[in-house]
Write a protein that binds this ligand. Structure first.
Ligand code: SF4
Ligand code: SF4
Length: 284
């Protein structure tokens, strides 16, 4: 049986997530898997996980194993250990640099909340991104079928097909999509810097940044760094996380680290009650 203090702590963690995510977007709440609602759900201690570097090497090996399978046999998922996130936003910046994101477009913000009462206060953090939902509400609203689910589960946006109507933005219950309005960090100054015009390599293609050319004008969101996966590399946020708090892999591989993690009783997903079937899990 749990000690009262342990029980309170677990509820604090969930309340924190509800408050944090719901408060920031007024649209998201945390759902718990039915079997995790009651008592015997104490998280595994951090010491049971291997050190960060060996986990990265293990995930790289598992990635290669998954890439050897036909695409439809892979089931990519991401797991974020909130107990290890220190809120440094290295993942956010790593993603911005990898995907050459302009102002106003962020695929992986880290939200934060102050908890406790003076003098016992602290901060907690929640990295957010597209959940690559198995039942994605953003897909059926697209009038030109520019967004769709790939056989490996990643929800893709075809930039050339996207007409920029932005119907998909409010359809996403996680606020995971943003519009690219063609801004530069140096907008309003005499000239744009060359680094701002570097092409992104999203979806395995080169996208030079020029007005009136995709992805300017399109909806944008996280895609688990498909272009890196295809080259045998983990998503940029996984390798830049200084706390080794982000895991990625093939949930169809029973031996993979992510399969092990999502089976833990403290693995939770956001707003699961909507039936969206998110592929991003949080360890709380
Ligand atoms: S999180 Fe939002 S954008 Fe991503 S697949 Fe789900 S509904 Fe679509
Ligand atoms: S880089 Fe890692 S530790 Fe830092 S905010 Fe992102 S997930 Fe958390």
């Amino acid at each position: 049986m749990n000690e009262p203090s342990e029980h309170v702590e677990k509820h604090e963690r969930r309340d924190f997530l509800k408050l944090l995510v719901g408060g920031a977007t007024a649209a998201v709440a945390l759902a718990t898997r039915p079997e995790t609602v009651d008592a015997a759900d104490s998280p595994k201690p951090l010491e049971e996980l291997p050190d960060g570097e060996s986990m990265i090497l293990r995930m790289q090996g598992e990635l290669r194993r998954a890439l050897a399978k036909p695409v439809e046999k892979r089931r990519w998922v991401m797991v974020i250990d909130l107990r290890k996130c220190v809120g440094c936003s290295a993942c956010t910046i790593g993603c911005v640099a990898e995907n050459k994101l302009p102002p106003g477009v962020v695929y992986r913000p880290v939200m934060e909340e102050e908890v406790g009462e003076y003098p016992n206060v602290g901060r907690r953090f929640l990295p957010r991104l597209c959940n690559q939902c198995d039942n994605p509400p953003c897909v059926p609203v697209c009038p030109v079928k520019a967004t769709y689910k790939r056989p490996d589960g990643i929800v893709e946006i075809n930039y050339e097909q996207c007409i920029g109507c932005r119907y998909c933005l409010p359809a996403c219950p996680y606020g995971a999509r943003t519009a690219d309005f063609g801004e530069f960090y140096t907008s309003g100054t005499p000239r744009a810097e060359p680094y701002e015009k570097l092409p992104s390599h999203e979806y395995g293609r080169e996208w030079p940044r020029e007005q009136d050319k995709s992805p300017v004008g399109n909806a944008r969101k996280c895609h688990f760094c498909i272009h890196r996966l295809d080259a045998g590399m983990l998503p940029a946020c996984v390798t830049t996380c200084i706390g080794y708090a982000t895991y990625f892999g093939d949930a169809n591989d029973p031996e993979s680290l992510v399969s092990e993690l999502i089976a833990r009783p403290n693995a939770m997903r956001l707003k699961e009650e909507l039936g969206t079937k998110p592929r991003v899990y949080y360890l709380v």
